[in-house]
Design a protein around this ligand. Structure first.
Ligand SMILES: O=C(O)C1=C[C@@H](OP(=O)(O)O)[C@@H](O)[C@H](O)C1
Ligand SMILES: C=C(OP(=O)(O)O)C(=O)O
Length: 457
């Protein structure tokens, strides 16, 4: 599907969708439990993949309050305000079919480790994008823990074959490809007999996502600890040399339910759009923005540093942003890879250079987002410089004019280019707009409600 975005003035209030990262973890944690309710979940293509996996392992998912069973993930309406999960306990059944992780890297990593707990063989696949992403370090780690975990093509990419059961043990793994490998091992390790000790062989990228994992595990009564090189406990994942999770634990959320916070990766598009295109003298307001362990909340400070006037009432979870003349910034995205597309789009609108550093791991997402943003912003008239680990957008040499740009089958590229389109002369066509279904299904409806002129084919 193509959408056609015309330069617009925005005003009014939007609500952030629930966090995709928290929803994935809450659904699987509920699966590891004897059952729990996930409140305010994100219902999207990616989280439906995790819900399907929970069902495949012998659990069940249904809108809270509905009859048990039903068609599982597919039957959950997009506006479900809670999901009742029947858990499979610590031992997943061997699925009777291939688990399709669709476009979701988080699902594939977390479910690969879960599959290792089953006393049999599970096959996992995904769409062409997901089948091109790296799974090798997790497969090697599971292999070192005594599990058969292989790529059918022998190249560390899906389809994958996993044969358990995983008993636990000590394992070393790189931290600079995907933090999801660590999350996966910690979540599964808690229900093994022996527990899992993870040693990192490199620095940890995307560390705040492991903090999300640690926070959620604690909320489910599961203990997992980041440690320094001496093995001493740390308060969080930043700078950790490893992680330790005892076995034999039971997932049990306080009160039998878990409430998912708003998604700051999705908020970044709403905040960026307001900073670029809020009507003169008016603000764009965002609800559902309470603080959590999400590293992507850094977008507030980043857009402020670019020159926008932002008010964030953390208690109420409300952000207000007005349009501003933006200036370029230098940002390290080692902890916040998903912000690169948004920051790059804003850099194309700002004066001066925007330099996005420490971004090599952003090349391993749904697409190579460093190259994709460089190329598609240049189609709009921006000037960029791409290096292996740095993307620079030269705002002074960027004069955005509407054009046809390719969303690269990547939800974040689609949404970031739509933000850039708000500052371009004329109309911009964004191809592949349907991919917002992965993390923000109502994105274009939300933007239209704020005043974006958007037509769809
Ligand atoms: O754990 C998670 O929920 C995620 C971790 C990040 O991936 P990496 O850890 O692979 O950088 C991020 O890009 C992804 O959108 C979600
Ligand atoms: C990369 C992302 O998610 P995943 O790794 O789950 O595909 C994302 O949401 O930007």
């Amino acid at each position: 599907m193509d959408v056609h975005v015309t330069r617009s003035e925005l005003r009014g209030t939007a609500r952030a969708p629930p966090s995709k990262s928290y929803t994935h973890r809450a659904l699987l944690a509920a699966g590891y439990s004897d059952g729990a309710t996930v409140e305010s979940p994100l219902i999207s293509a990616d989280t439906r993949a995790t819900a399907r996996a929970v069902t495949a392992f012998g659990g069940s998912v249904a809108p809270a309050g509905s009859e048990r069973g039903g068609d599982g993930a597919a039957a959950i309406p997009g506006d479900a305000d809670a999901i009742a999960v029947e858990g499979f306990g610590g031992r997943p059944a061997v699925p009777d079919d291939v688990i399709d992780c669709a476009n979701s890297g988080t699902t594939m990593r977390l479910v690969t480790a879960a599959a290792a707990l089953a006393d049999g063989t599970t096959v996992l696949t995904g769409d062409s994008s997901l089948r091109s992403r790296p799974q090798g370090p997790l497969l090697d780690a599971l292999g070192d823990l005594g599990v058969r975990a292989e790529s059918t093509r022998g190249n560390g990419q899906a389809p994958l074959v996993v044969s358990g059961p995983l008993e636990g043990g000590a394992v070393a793994i790189p931290g600079d490809v995907s933090s999801q490998y660590v999350t996966a091992l910690l979540m599964a390790g808690a229900v093994t007999d022996e527990g899992v000790e993870v040693e990192l062989t490199t620095d940890l990228k995307s560390a705040p996502y492991v903090d999300i994992t640690l926070e959620l595990l604690a909320d489910f009564g599961v203990e997992a600890t980041p440690v320094d090189a001496a093995g001493d406990p740390l308060d969080g994942a930043a700078g950790a040399a490893g992680f330790s999770v005892p076995g034999g634990q039971t997932y049990e959320p306080a009160g039998g339910s878990y409430a998912v916070p708003g998604d700051f990766s999705s908020i970044s598009y709403l905040l960026g759009a307001g900073a670029v295109a809020a009507a003169p003298g008016e603000a764009v307001r965002i609800e559902g923005a309470r603080p959590s362990a999400q590293g992507d909340a850094a977008i507030v400070e980043i857009v402020e540093e670019m020159g926008a006037d932002i008010e964030w009432d953390r208690e109420a979870g409300e952000i207000a942003v007005e349009r501003a003349d933006l200036s370029g910034v230098t940002v390290d995205v080692g902890d916040t890879p998903d912000l690169l597309p948004t920051i790059a789009a804003l850099g194309a609108v700002a004066d001066g250079d925007t330099r996005i550093e420490n971004c090599e791991h952003v090349r391993y997402k749904e697409t190579d987002r460093v190259a994709a943003m460089a190329e598609e912003l240049e189609t709009l008239g921006a000037e960029t410089t791409e290096e292996p680990d740095v993307l620079t957008i030269h705002g002074d040499a960027s004069d955005l004019t509407g054009a046809t740009v390719d969303g690269r089958h990547d939800h974040r590229i689609v949404m970031a280019l739509s933000v850039a389109a708000l500052a371009a002369e004329g109309t911009t066509t964004v191809r592949g707009a349907e991919h917002v279904d992965v993390s923000f299904p109502g994105f274009f409806e939300t933007m239209a409600d704020l005043g974006m002129t958007v037509d769809r084919d």
